[in-house]
Design a protein around this ligand. Structure first.
Ligand SMILES: Cc1ncc(COP(=O)(O)O)c(C=O)c1O
Length: 402
């Protein structure tokens, strides 16, 4: 792939279209391989499959009886989908500091405790584990509910226990690791989840989930043979779907058939909290072997770390992976990120950053979080990227930043 000319946009593009998949999409290779022994969130104990990670946080808060007036400790470095479930519960988010290596600043957490503090949300950023024994001991000492946010860490272990084992509840975001339209999970080995009732998202949701998985894969040039085989039935199905939607509009009915999380973005729609994930998500999670996913993500991360070594313009936040780390993205700290970040996005490089911190969070809350919200750029390293695409991203990033 050629390095394209970089358009000189200084503002975020409203509707940018990535040239390469920002997250996992279905590929033929995904189906071949064995199941890896690396522990994962579903090894923890009981689990519930939901439609997204944010719905899993909301359900964890509900099961933990967090209500109006309670305070929940949240890292100052966050995205809004981590905070929205807390606000939905009527609770107050209290922001705590993180340290430069992204570990939780427990001294600051201790200072933020009040009589109303009921829970601590601990995020394993980008796939790297927090110090869980220390966090568990802290929460036990202060009577706090520990919610492990494993949205970036579906795989991994601590002291030979799968990620998610130390929390009262742990949540995962399946869409970040698997080629699925929807998916989150809530797991626990400390609380019984068997009494939780979930309902189906309906036929429209099931249909959209299946269709979207295939369409997204075809859009990025994956599974070309299947595309040609399915082009006619898929076109017909899309036409039927459009007509169903038009009829609903005419009758003044809602056309919303999928949770917002599946369309990207950080919004929160509470009516999906008790909805189970689609059948196509469940089928793919059960069918796809883990080994190609784990191997590709780790290789891609190491390749990026080698190509984007420390220089005066940027440095990798974590140069090396732990033995059981399966990364979500490759975090790169860039000294002067603007306007380069927007230029790269306009060029189709699917970069992310958590640039919009919540109300009440500023430099004085946590200087590191404030810096990271602007300077820390998340580069995809998922399993569906091929080497040519990664090389193109690296060349384009170097062209802009170095
Ligand atoms: C750390 C973290 N936690 C939770 C979430 C919510 O996950 P989901 O997008 O599946 O709702 C996200 C989403 O970006 C996240 O980055």
């Amino acid at each position: 792939m050629e390095v394209s000319t970089i358009p000189d946009h200084t503002q975020p593009p409203i509707d940018d279209c990535p040239k390469i998949p920002p997250g996992p999409v279905l590929t033929a290779n995904a189906f071949f391989g064995s199941d890896d022994k690396t522990a994962n969130l579903l090894d923890v104990g009981q689990s519930l499959y939901l439609t997204s990670g944010r719905m899993a946080i909301a359900l964890a808060l509900e099961l933990g009886k967090i209500t109006r007036g309670d305070e929940v400790l949240v890292p100052a470095y966050h995205c809004s989908s981590m905070v929205a479930p807390i606000l939905h519960a009527g609770a107050l988010p209290t922001y705590y500091k993180i340290l430069p290596d992204m570990s939780i600043d427990l001294d600051d957490v201790a200072k933020k405790l009040t009589r109303n503090t009921k829970a601590l949300l601990a995020t394993h950023y980008f796939g790297f584990m927090q110090d869980l024994p220390k966090l568990r001991a802290f929460c036990d000492e202060h009577g706090l509910l520990l919610i492990e946010d494993c949205a970036h860490a579906f795989f991994g272990e601590v002291n030979n226990l799968p990620v998610g084992s130390y929390g009262d509840y742990a949540i995962g975001s399946l869409m970040k690791f698997f080629p699925v339209f929807d998916g989150g999970c809530l797991v626990s080995n400390r609380h019984d989840l068997s009494g939780v009732t979930l309902h189906s998202g309906g036929k429209g949701f099931e249909f959209q989930s299946l269709l979207n998985n295939l369409e997204k894969s075809f859009q990025y040039g994956r599974l070309p043979v299947l595309k040609w085989l399915l082009i006619l039935p898929l076109t017909m199905m899309s036409a039927v779907w459009r007509s169903v939607k038009n009829n609903r509009i005419k009758r003044g009915q809602s056309t919303k058939s999928a949770p917002v999380a599946s369309g990207g973005g950080f919004d929160f729609d509470h009516e999906w909290i008790h909805t189970r994930s689609s059948r196509s998500t469940n089928l793919l999670i059960e069918t796809l072997p883990n080994s190609p996913l784990i191997e590709k993500r780790r290789n891609n991360y190491n390749y990026l770390a080698d190509a984007l070594r420390e220089c005066s313009a940027y440095h990798p936040l974590k140069e090396t992976l732990g033995t059981s780390t399966v990364p979500y993205v490759f975090p790169l700290y860039v000294e002067n990120p603007d306007p380069g970040f927007y230029k790269l996005r306009s060029a189709g490089v699917p970069l992310m950053r958590w640039e919009f911190v919540s109300d009440g969070v500023d430099e004085s809350t946590c200087q590191i979080s404030f810096l990271y919200s602007r300077h820390l750029i998340q580069i995809p390293c998922h399993q569906a990227l091929d080497r040519e695409e990664i090389d193109w991203m690296i060349d384009t990033i170097k062209q802009v930043f170095a």
